[in-house]
Design a protein around this ligand. Sequence first.
Ligand SMILES: *Cc1c(COP(=O)(O)O)cnc(C)c1O
Length: 378
Amino acid sequence: MEFRNLKEQFKVLKSDMERSITEVCEDANFISGKQVKELEQRLADYVGISHCITCANGTDALSLVLMAWGIGNGDAVFVPDFTFFATAETPAQRGAVPIYVDVDENTFNIDCDKLEKAIIKVIADGKLKPRAIIPVDLFGMPADYEKINTIAQKYNLKVLEDGAQGFGGAQNKKRVGSLAQDAATTSFFPAKPLGCYGDGGAVFTNDDDMAALILSYAVHGRGTDKYDNIRLGLNSRLDTIQAAVLGVKLTAFQQYELDAVNDAAERYTDMLKDTVKTPTVPKGFSSSWAQYTITLQSESERNDLQAVLKTRGIPTMIYYPKTMSDQNALRDYKEFQVMDCTFARKLCKTVLSLPIHPYITQEEQNEVVSAIKEYFGK
Ligand SMILES: *Cc1c(COP(=O)(O)O)cnc(C)c1O
């Protein structure tokens, strides 16, 4: 059984994919070919936002936004403690201090009450200037942007949605990529809900000036042309071949993949909810199920179950085994922290992500469910 079956997806999309990739090779427009602009327009339309700027990966997408906002030394950026490293790494790379906020035990996303407390504490401490919040749409489920945007306005902060795992999710019918008041990013890493055949990423915003700045930063800080450089930037573009791949995948995603993965998640929940703690879908929210993550009672139970599933050929993953507070690379920021992230730490010990993707079969899901039920003697 595959954890995320990209081989099966390729079998289904093969003829369109080959045609699309071959066209790029025939045109030999490997950088900034017409497929890139076409894809950006389609992504912007799908998300419901005026600008989509593609780039080399989801990490660069975060960095580009922070660069455009001039975030750096002396600034505080609020991030959930339970996330992939890039969310905290990118503000730290710019010289800012990532301030970790605990997450909600049920949604796995940033806890909005604790977020506001953290902001108040950083202001009171007076050592750093609060500048931005980077909420994460963990495992495909959007964070609560209605609350987060309100808090951000109260304290005059920017909001950057890290939608690397969230493409296709929504809060009250507004899609991931359009939820934060200022900007959003996503990743096209192969295993994300919308993935390419290598690295890729994108920035979304309704702000025209910011879109122009991001475009400049992504191409060596270009001015009127490529050889007029007016700021220090990155070389961060999406290859035309990856844009061609994503063009085919976006069609499948819109036509049936997002529905299929939601059906699979619902089926798991129906079958597992009396046996383990299944993921919570709050009212008004929908997920793109980058992961289907159950929560066990203890670390030993989680590790045991994972081992038993492995012996039966069922792959599972632990996202994430370590909080940002516990990452060695971020040790220098410990003195600035304002809270003990209890739930984040607890989740690291108790979560387990099960195989899920649009091509998973009912038989495969039944196999996973029986193995879990058998482990619990049901
Ligand atoms: C994957 C991921 C990123 C980084 O994306 P890359 O394309 O791998 O650079 C950032 N944030 C989160 C939450 C992610 O899951």
